[in-house]
Every structure is written in structure tokens, then in C-alpha cells.
Write a protein that binds this ligand. Structure first.
Ligand code: NAI
Ligand code: SOE
Length: 391
């Protein structure tokens, strides 16, 4: 079994999630496609890198990503830093011949995402964008049902991603609230996960018609450190600065297939935590998923007996996608960690089997084209076509 040495850039929230996945993947999926070795973790904050190495089980640490991307022993560069840093690190990693996994959103917009796609394609390396929520087994099960024709031709996709961690104006102005570091607000941060669901489950989006709002126009400035996602409030004495990204957006969708739909996302919906949902209506049935109940897929099929018709719950487990590696009893509990473990499994498998994983930088680029179209539509107040690009 091959060892694959990972150099991870960033020691915050996602650093923790990805490190957990590297350590745990072979415990779940055995024989593992490869053993990911936690070689080096880098963070712009060297103290944090040192702490991350000890905490997340990396052999070495570094105070800059440049030290890691050219290291001859490293096979994979894993980018878990704020959005504005993704392009530079990914392009350098590709030039150094490393396989790259990069957190979402891939870039600050489609133009940057295209440069990243070009770089990995030119280098001939494997590349993945970390839309891990499509790897929740219940979501993979929905995809299986759709591919098997169980709900027939899709008519409608309704997706939401609702959170409340930024509803408090004292939640600090972290990198997530600034265009220069985040690209966009709720749209890039959480809306792109729903765009990924829509593309994965229904197909390409052709046109969008959106509105976007910034509800809290200034926040207390956070200097340095990781984004604590509103769990640490700023005191009243901290100076404030402007928020220049959306807090919330909604968009209508027209798919290339003729299906219609909508997506809405906000981080200001009190009472909602990780309310990432979709409902899909097809000619022969419907599917409903809510990440807050991620062991469950709600299904209704048109040929269910009339006296049994209505949504019923399928619990994911050994018989459903990824069941061979996960827990042996349905509904024992899929967590956020498992979605990252499965993502790591699929990425390592692609490297070893010499295939291109999904979703990859092409999907990240397509998602950025859609996100750009949503912003343009919100600005103009009209339908905007998503540019067509070839594979
Ligand atoms: P965070 O704020 O918790 O951590 C980011 C870390 O990157 C910090 O330790 C910071 O010091 C470090 N950093 C910043 N610039 C750097 C540079 N130039 N070189 C090296 N290190 C640098 O952020 P979080 O939540 O971990 O987000 C990171 C990325 O992961 C973002 O792109 C975000 O959108 C994505 N994300 C994805 C999630 C998912 O479910 N797939 C969940 C949360 C975040
Ligand atoms: C904050 O909104 C956040 O951490 C996003 O950045 C992630 O992508 C999402 O998975 C959870 O919420």
C-alpha cells in the first residue's frame, strides 16, 4: 500500500477537518487506496502551525506555504486557507507537480478559477475542489436514485443553505465579510455548496435571476487569527469597518435540461444552523434532504401504493453509497467528519488509479461562473445567462 505525503496549508477549522480525515480514512476504508501521511502543515501564523502539527498529527510544520509546495517529498498540497490565497498556492503547487485538493469556493471568481484550472491541466496533476457535502451518503443515494430513473425527469430543484452565526452585529468582521479575502459573502461561502448540489443532482445551470442583500453593513474588525464563526463576539470598543459582501441571496434557476429551481442562502437566519437542504420533484417522484438530519433521505415515488403515498424516510447505512466503509448499522450516525473521510478516500483513490476525481477544478470553475452570474443578476435586476464553456 502506497504512502502519499500531504502538505496542508492552513491550520484552522478546515485544517482540523482534513487532518481528521487523513488520520481516519484507512480506519474506515480498508484496504485503503493509499495511506495519507500527515507530512507538513504550514500556516502564515507559525505558532499556529506548530500547534497544528502537534494537535493534528503532522510530522513537520512551516511558517509559509512556499516552504511546502516545493518540498521534494510531498505528493499532495491541501489548501485550507481563506479564499483569496487559493489561486496563488494552487498554481504554484501545480507548477511543482503536486496533486492539489483545494477548499471551496475554488477562487474569488471565475477568472481566477480558470487560471487555476489551466495550471492543473497543464501540469497533468490530479485536482479536487472540496464540496464535501455531496459525499454525505444520503446525497449520494439521491444521486443514485436519480441516475436509476427512480424519480423520472427532473422538473424542479429547491435548495437552501441557512445559518445564523453572523446574525449578531457583534460577530466580527473576519475574512469571510470582505470581498478582497472572500470574493463574496453567503453566496461564495455557503451558496456554492447548494450550486454544487444542483449541478451534481440535476445538471448544468443555464440562467439565473437573483437578489442579494447586505443586512449588517459594518462589523467590529478582527485582526489576524482564525475565523471563529461568530462564537467569539467583539467588545463595543473594537473599531468597525464596512462589510462589502452579501449576507443573503436568492436566485431563480433555469437548467439546461429545462428544469427550473431556486437557491437561497443566508448566514443571518436565527434558529438555522447548518440548514442545507434540497427538494427535487421529478415526473415519477420526489426527494428531500436536510443536512441537519443527514442520515435520512425522504422519498416519495409515484408508484407507491395509493394508501402508502407520502414522504417516507430511508436511513443510510451498509446498503447505501459508501456503506462498505462506514458504520455497520443504518442511522448509527454520519457526521461532518465522515463527509471529509469519504472525500479523502475518493481523492486518494483517484491518485492511485490515475483518474481525475470529482468534483474537480473544472467543477470549481463552473461554480464560479454561476456565482458570478448570480452577482451580476442581483446587480442588474434581470436574468443573466451563465457563459457556456467546453470541458
Ligand atoms: P480559518 O479562518 O479557520 O483558518 C484559516 C487558516 O489559514 C488560519 O489559520 C490562517 O492563519 C491561515 N492562513 C491565512 N492565510 C494564509 C496563508 N497565506 N498561508 C498559510 N496560511 C494562511 O478558515 P477555515 O474555516 O478553515 O476556512 C478555510 C477554507 O475552507 C476557506 O476557503 C473556506 O471557505 C473553506 N471551508 C470549507 C468548509 C466546507 O464545509 N467544505 C467549511 C469551512 C471552511
Ligand atoms: C461558514 O458559513 C461555514 O464554515 C462555511 O465556510 C462552510 O463551507 C460550511 O460548510 C459551514 O459553514
Amino acid at each position: 500500500m502506497k504512502n502519499i505525503n500531504v502538505g496542508m496549508i492552513g491550520g484552522g477549522f478546515m485544517g482540523k477537518a482534513h487532518a481528521l480525515a487523513y488520520a481516519s480514512m484507512p480506519m474506515f476504508f480498508w484496504p485503503a487506496p493509499a495511506i495519507p501521511v500527515r507530512h507538513t502543515v504550514a500556516d502564515v501564523n507559525e505558532e499556529l502551525a506548530k500547534e497544528a502539527a502537534a494537535r493534528f498529527g503532522f510530522e513537520h510544520y512551516a511558517g509559509s506555504w512556499e516552504e511546502v509546495v516545493n518540498h521534494p517529498d510531498i505528493d499532495v498540497i491541501d489548501i485550507v486557507t481563506p479564499n483569496h490565497t487559493h489561486a496563488e498556492i494552487a498554481i504554484a503547487a501545480a507548477k511543482a507537480g503536486k496533486h492539489v485538493i483545494c477548499e471551496k469556493p475554488l477562487a474569488l471568481g471565475a477568472k481566477q478559477a480558470k487560471m487555476m484550472l489551466d495550471a492543473v491541466e497543464k501540469a497533468g496533476v490530479k485536482h479536487m475542489v472540496a464540496f464535501n457535502y455531496r459525499r454525505t451518503p444520503a446525497v449520494a443515494l439521491a444521486k443514485k436514485y436519480i441516475d436509476e430513473g427512480k424519480i423520472g425527469k427532473i422538473l424542479n430543484f429547491r435548495g437552501t443553505y441557512l445559518q445564523d452565526w453572523s446574525a449578531d452585529p457583534q460577530s466580527p468582521l473576519s475574512w469571510r465579510f470582505q470581498k478582497k479575502t472572500a470574493g463574496s459573502g453567503a453566496l461564495g461561502d455557503i451558496g456554492t455548496h447548494v450550486v454544487d448540489y444542483a449541478r451534481y443532482l440535476v445538471g448544468e445551470i443555464a440562467e439565473v435571476n437573483a437578489v442579494a442583500k447586505t443586512w449588517i453593513s459594518e462589523r467590529p474588525v478582527q485582526t489576524g487569527g482564525t475565523d471563529k464563526l461568530g462564537t467569539v463576539k467583539a467588545s463595543d470598543s473594537v473599531p468597525k469597518a464596512a462589510v462589502d459582501v452579501d449576507d443573503e441571496f436568492m436566485t431563480l434557476l433555469k437548467f439546461e435540461s429545462g428544469a427550473i429551481g431556486s437557491i437561497e442562502a443566508t448566514r443571518n437566519a436565527w434558529g438555522r444552523n447548518n440548514f442545507l437542504t434540497f427538494e427535487i420533484h421529478g415526473e415519477k417522484g420526489s426527494l428531500y434532504f436536510n443536512y441537519e438530519r443527514r442520515d435520512e433521505l425522504q422519498v416519495c415515488f409515484s408508484d407507491d401504493p395509493a394508501d402508502e403515498k407520502g414522504f417516507r424516510t430511508v436511513y443510510t447505512g451498509p446498503a447505501t453509497p459508501y456503506g462498505e466503509g462506514l458504520w455497520p448499522i443504518p442511522a448509527l450516525g454520519i457526521g461532518y467528519g465522515e463527509t471529509k473521510i469519504i472525500e479523502t478516500y475518493d481523492f486518494m483513490k483517484a491518485i492511485v488509479e490515475d483518474t481525475q476525481p470529482l468534483p474537480n477544478f473544472y467543477d470549481g470553475y463552473k461554480t464560479e461562473l454561476i456565482a458570478d452570474a448570480i452577482l451580476a443578476s442581483a446587480e442588474k435586476g434581470e436574468w443573466v445567462k451563465v457563459p457556456e464553456v467546453s470541458v
